[in-house]
Every structure is written in structure tokens, then in C-alpha cells.
Design a protein around this ligand. Structure first.
Ligand SMILES: Cc1cc2nc3c(=O)[nH]c(=O)nc-3n(C[C@H](O)[C@H](O)[C@H](O)COP(=O)(O)O)c2cc1C
Length: 168
């Protein structure tokens, strides 16, 4: 197995790792002031990976021109402090915390922060994303991000790296 496919399968597998402390999973949705450029995404990703590793926070960020969905997982205090920074970032026009729950397991174990634009996502998957996004937008703060949601977000994030023939 090549290093790249080993990395992809590690990222793909939703290992439900139990930590020795409760995991706090926070999901927010936002609309950017202006559509992020590729350079903006690269900048957010490169700065977040190191900073999130230091805080032991993992997560994923999926976006298009007017929608951002980000999930943050880790110790509650670390996640809340990071969310306060993100919320204060002037690049958001509107930001809404949609789910904040405690769990025994970390679902995005190996994901320091993966940032992915929806560009190029197959239409059927984009439709599923839109359904989930709209559902979350109207949910209360006790809503849950399911394994199916995580698998959908991972499929979007890993789209270009997935082997040919993977069924959506
Ligand atoms: C959509 C979005 C997502 C972000 N996600 C993260 C993140 O996961 N981790 C992080 O450290 N900063 C993230 N940032 C950057 C923070 O908003 C903020 O600029 C950064 O944490 C500032 O760090 P500093 O206070 O150490 O300078 C994000 C910014 C945006 C606009």
C-alpha cells in the first residue's frame, strides 16, 4: 500500500476512539463576508493544523461560496475557546452554532483540520450535503452529528483521493 493510500484509508475509517476524557463536538454553520479563495482556504488549513494539534482539537471544514460547515472535536474548554476565536473572525457575515454535544468517542480522530471546497463534488453528493446543511440550520443545539453525516463529510473531503469505482 502506498503512503498516500495508507493515509486515505486511515482518514476514511471512522475509528470510534475512546479518550480518557469526554469529547465535546461542536458544529457551526456560517456565511462568509466574501467567497473564500483557494489561498484563503490554504491559509486557514495550514494555520489550523498546527494550532489544533497543539490544542488536541480535530475537525473538518467544508465550504462553498456562501456556506461553511465546520466541526470541532476535543476537550470542551479547548473547543469552546477555539470557537470563540473563530466566531470573532471578521471573515464571517453570519455564524450560527448548531450542535454542541458531549460524546465518549472522537469521530474525527486523525483529522487535525481538513478544509475542503465543494467544487467538483458530484451533484448527488452535493444534494445530500444541502439536505444535511438545511436540516442542521433548523435544528436545536442538542442535535447530533451522526456517523452517516461524518461519512458524507469525509467522502466530500476525500473525494479526489478516493479510488475510482467507489460508489456514492
Ligand atoms: C472558517 C474559519 C475556520 C477557522 N478554523 C480554525 C481552526 O480550526 N483552528 C484555528 O486555529 N483557527 C481557525 N481559524 C482562524 C481563527 O478564526 C483565528 O484567525 C485564529 O485562530 C487566530 O489565531 P491567533 O489568535 O493565535 O492569532 C478559522 C477561521 C475561519 C474564517
Amino acid at each position: 500500500m502506498s503512503d498516500e493510500s495508507a493515509r486515505v484509508s486511515l482518514l476514511w475509517e471512522t475509528i470510534q476512539e475512546k479518550e480518557d476524557y469526554p469529547i465535546f463536538r461542536l458544529t457551526y454553520l456560517s456565511s462568509p463576508v466574501a467567497p473564500f479563495t483557494d489561498a484563503d482556504f490554504d491559509d486557514i488549513e495550514s494555520k489550523s493544523v498546527e494550532a489544533n494539534n497543539a490544542r488536541d482539537v480535530t475537525g473538518i471544514l467544508i465550504a462553498d461560496d456562501d456556506r461553511i460547515l465546520q466541526i470541532l472535536e476535543g476537550r470542551e474548554d479547548a473547543v469552546r475557546k477555539l470557537y470563540a476565536k473563530i466566531e470573532a473572525d471578521s471573515r464571517h457575515a453570519v455564524i450560527k452554532l448548531v450542535c454542541a454535544v458531549e460524546d465518549e468517542v472522537r469521530l474525527l480522530l486523525t483529522w487535525s483540520m481538513v478544509v475542503r471546497k465543494l467544487t467538483g463534488t458530484p451533484p448527488a453528493v452535493l444534494e445530500q450535503f444541502t439536505e444535511v446543511y438545511d436540516e442542521l440550520l433548523h435544528a436545536d443545539s442538542q442535535c447530533e452529528i451522526s456517523i452517516e453525516h461524518i461519512d458524507l463529510f469525509k467522502a466530500i473531503a476525500l473525494f479526489e483521493a478516493l479510488p475510482q469505482g467507489v460508489k456514492w
